[in-house]
Design a protein around this ligand. Structure first.
Ligand SMILES: Cc1ncc(COP(=O)(O)O)c(C=O)c1O
Length: 486
């Protein structure tokens, strides 16, 4: 255990963190009596804190670090790009890295998803997809379509539009009223399926998909713009789609002219053993939103991949779009002045498609190819599942579910009845014990009770049997202890 941080520096980090830093989604009062965890470096599947203590990064940071930590070739790609062209906007201009990455992603993406609109984050990607859907329908003569369907307990981001799409009432309530148009449909948690389909996963999938149709009909099909679905829903603890679910949803969307947006902020870039989660489950989205794993976190980047069909109304009048020496304001004025010319998508953010982030994404995808990371996930996912399924002998483990390198473990109070913990128990179990105990035991994962209490796992794609065994052993000892404390 070596650390560059001496006792004084460690104390100073704590003091300044507590005084000045605001952690996201974090109850800051919980650090009044305890230390803020400070991670100082990473290598492969492990990260180290300021004391030099090692942790297995079982969540890939936050579903991000696909290739693992400490890859100097990716860091060097960032440094090279920052020296050559640190920044230029994608507002009216392009730069070689954004062009190269857009081309590469279009080639990787399924079907006719050929156009990339970059953002700097997942929330911005989701926000952009909703805005595109709205403007697309306004442009193509269906201006009343603005509503968005999404699933209960699903997380789609925190900006106001994305939060409207997010299906977690608890994190929305402080910000109400949110933009109108968010509509909830059921998720695909088979462990908690309604009784009439609880014994038949295919029937459950039909019911869950048909609930989307019923919601469209209830809202009025002429008012619905898009359905946002993750390939495998994260929040709630990994809900893979039942067999046939997505093909039925695709048919429903086609029947009512509703766009299918596959929110792959987590599920893209190898998490499920494919570049895109929609490939794994065999459906064709109209838009894919992505972020996180596209750079493995070596720089921030997000975006949406859009089908040719959706882009078409925006390219018809390309002559007005060619070059705008006056920048975006001029471009917009030109487009409006052109009258009948194709409209401009009136949306953008300064750091979207940042040259350094695009260079990093290219280097990240080079690592994917060189090390066959998709192959690694596909050949080892069975071993990962088996390691986690060993835990089902514990009384507290109700369900182990997921695909690829993406799993949720649902914790229950009574396995035979699937009884969950009440709010107070859940608070005591997850916040009061598990989060700290897992961290202290050297495993970074997530204990989450935004739906039923779950532990979420999403290790780097480089992980193999030794990491799965380590995860299983730590979970086994901490969950055994948790059961004793209940
Ligand atoms: C499915 C999904 N969509 C959107 C987001 C928002 O991404 P970001 O945190 O980069 O804004 C997340 C973040 O975890 C996500 O999991």
């Amino acid at each position: 255990m070596s650390t560059p941080y001496g006792p004084d520096e460690i104390a100073a980090l704590q003091e300044k963190a507590k005084r000045h830093l605001w952690l996201h989604f974090t109850r800051m009062s919980s650090y009044a009596e305890s230390d803020v965890p400070v991670i100082v470096r990473g290598e492969g599947a492990y990260v180290y804190d300021q004391h030099g203590k090692r942790y297995l990064d079982g969540l890939a940071g936050l579903f991000v670090s696909q290739i693992g930590h400490g890859r100097t070739e990716v860091a060097e790609a960032a440094a090279r790009q920052a020296s050559e062209l640190a920044y230029f906007p994608l507002w009216s201009y392009a730069h070689p890295q954004a062009i190269a990455l857009a081309d590469r992603l279009a080639n990787l993406a399924p079907g006719d998803l050929n156009r990339v609109f970059f953002t700097s984050s997942g929330s911005e990607a989701v926000e952009s997809a909703w805005k595109l859907a709205k403007q697309y329908f306004k442009t193509t003569g269906e201006p009343a379509r603005y509503k968005v369907l999404s699933r209960s307990i699903a997380y789609h981001g925190t900006s106001m539009g994305a939060l409207t799409i997010t299906g977690l009432p608890g994190i929305k309530e402080p910000f109400e009223p949110l933009p109108p148009g968010g509509v909830r449909v059921p998720n695909t948690n088979f462990y908690r399926a309604p009784a009439f389909v609880a014994d038949d996963i295919t029937a459950f999938g039909v019911w869950a998909a048909d609930e989307i149709e019923r919601a469209i009909l209830r809202e009025g099909p002429e008012s619905v713009a898009a359905v946002f679905l993750e390939p495998c829903q994260n929040s709630g603890g990994c809900f893979p789609p039942p067999p046939g679910y997505f093909s039925r949803v695709r048919d429903i969307c086609d029947r009512y002219g509703v766009l299918l947006v596959s929110d792959e902020v987590i599920c893209a870039f190898g998490r499920l053993g494919y570049y895109f989660g929609s490939e794994r489950y065999g459906y064709q989205p109209d838009i894919i939103t992505f972020a996180k794993g596209v750079t493995s976190g070596y720089a921030p980047l997000g975006g949406m991949l859009v089908s040719d069909r959706l882009m078409e109304p925006f390219v018809g009048g390309q002559s007005t779009e060619h070059h705008h020496a006056g920048g975006p304001v001029q471009a917009r004025a030109d487009s409006m002045a052109a009258g009948s010319a194709a409209p401009t998508f009136l949306h953008g953010v300064t750091f979207a498609g940042h040259p350094v982030s695009c260079a990093v994404a290219m280097a990240n995808l080079d690592v994917f190819e060189k090390e066959n990371l998709l192959g690694n996930v596909r050949s080892n996912e069975g071993a990962f599942r088996s390691a986690l399924e060993k835990l089902t002998d514990l009384p507290i483990v109700g369900d182990v579910r997921g695909d690829g390198y993406f799993y949720g473990i649902e914790l229950v109070k009574d396995k035979s009845t699937r009884l969950t913990f009440d709010d107070h128990e859940s608070e005591r179990l997850l916040r009061g014990f598990l989060s700290h105990a897992l961290f202290d035991a050297g495993l970074i994962c997530r204990a989450d009770d935004r739906g039923d209490p779950v532990i979420q796992l999403s290790p780097p794609l480089i992980c193999t049997q030794e990491h799965f065994d380590e995860i299983e052993q730590i979970l086994r000892s901490v969950l055994t202890e948790a059961w004793r404390k209940i």
